[in-house]
Design a binder for this molecule. Structure first.
Ligand code: NAD
Ligand code: ZN
Length: 363
């Protein structure tokens, strides 16, 4: 029998399943057949992913009785814009998509966030199915329901919480994923170990080489466990009132690094890896963890091919950037900090001098 794992995201009426396995197109067909969707459907993808997986996805949807159209956007963060969304809305209206027409996101986090935004807003919300193809999208962005486009004044500023009807994480798509995109996913995966699961962190230490080459077993293990952790956190706090903030571990400094380097030098997971170390340094300076824990985080980061230092940044620049992050409330930064491997807490009382010293260690 084909091996397929399932992670349930419990959100009351908007609960859904994440299916994880290889070559999931038959499962996608079966799922679609069981839904009350209209015939007309829209598959949103980018030019890289669409070229490889577009046709076969359309064929599987046709097999399930849909009439799908493919909308391709240029690959890259710039496609997460209101201008691109407007083109897709136009396409959707011209196609005659109605309230029960499903929107499929076939691609990485960019496509997932963009397509989710379209699905949330088109006719006040149409069914949405995630077909994530990057490691980052499978372990992070396709789970949890945050969808958004960017504004010229900041990332992800225009968006919604909108849950998919299902997520199909097809591990076979990793065969064509560029190496650097594997590492960016690993940046978020280390984070899950730090915030929630010491055993998961230890398993990554034990199998770092398999993780880096995304062997089948390592990929399945990492995607499944990451989805379980994210699902558990999101189920307890869908709209980020409390617990969900722990998912932002490493992200305060990461966002500052991305901003300081013009979103060009480091991709998101690389910045998260450096930011995770920065948060470990702050935790150490506050006496919450000892240097052995910091060393473990640094070693694993290095072994998974991720950067330890943010080149092209200054302490001054990073510090200023943090106060433009939308997650600063009333001028206070909620730092997610380590209490050990697998356990974090949120603090807003970190002295400026400690933040600056930690940042200096990241440069
Ligand atoms: P991405 O979508 O740009 O994908 C990275 C690159 O890999 C692209 O060039 C893409 O074409 C290519 N690619 C993807 N899958 C492929 C495959 N199987 N084969 C060949 N090429 C493939 O970037 P990403 O890292 O997946 O996602 C980053 C985005 O996710 C950011 O916009 C970020 O804000 C967002 N994000 C959202 C959430 C959330 O909760 N919604 C969480 C984390 C990140
Ligand atoms: Zn992230």
């Amino acid at each position: 029998m084909r091996e397929m794992h399932k992670v349930r995201v419990e959100l009351g009426a908007s609960s859904y399943d994440i299916f994880i396995g290889e070559d999931l197109l038959p499962e996608i067909s079966d799922f679609v057949k069981a839904q009350n969707f209209s015939h007309k459907a829209l598959v949103i993808s980018d030019e890289n992913v669409g070229k490889i997986y577009g046709e076969r996805t359309l064929a599987a949807l046709r097999e399930a009785g849909l009439e799908p159209a493919l909308h391709l956007v240029p690959a890259g963060e710039a496609s997460k814009s209101l201008a691109v969304a407007d083109e897709i809305f136009t396409h959707a209206i011209e196609l005659g998509l109605d309230r029960r027409s499903p929107v499929f996101a076939l691609g990485g986090g960019v496509v997932g966030d963009l397509a989710g935004f379209i699905a949330a807003a088109y006719m006040r919300g149409v069914p949405f199915v995630q077909l994530p193809t990057s490691l980052l999208a499978q372990v992070d962005s396709s789970v949890g329901g945050k969808v958004a486009v960017n504004h010229r004044l900041g990332k992800n500023l225009i968006g919604a919480f909108y849950q998919p009807a299902a997520v199909f994480a097809d591990l076979a798509t990793f065969a064509t994923l560029p190496e650097r995109e594997i590492r960016t996913g690993l940046g978020e995966i280390i984070k899950y170990g730090i915030i929630f699961d010491a055993d998961f962190f230890a398993a990554l230490e034990d199998h770092a080489a398999d993780a880096l080459r995304l062997s089948h077993d390592a990929a399945l293990f990492m995607v499944e466990r990451s989805c379980e952790i994210k699902a558990e956190v999101v189920a307890k706090d869908e709209k980020e009132g409390g617990l969900r903030r722990i998912l932002n571990y490493g992200h305060t400094i990461a966002h500052a690094i991305e901003k300081e380097t013009g979103y060009a030098r480091y991709n998101h997971g690389e910045a998260v890896a450096i930011g995770s170390l920065g948060a470990a340094y702050i935790s150490e300076a506050l006496g919450m963890i000892d240097d052995a824990d910091v060393l473990r985080v640094r070693r694993l980061t290095e072994r998974l091919g991720l950067p330890l230092f943010a080149e092209g940044c200054t302490v001054e620049g990073l510090y200023a950037a943090i106060f433009h992050d939308k997650k600063t409330v009333d001028g206070k930064v909620n730092w997610v900090l380590m209490e050990g491997i697998g356990k974090v807490c949120v603090r807003d009382d970190v002295p400026e001098s400690i933040v600056r010293t930690a940042m200096a260690r990241c440069l």
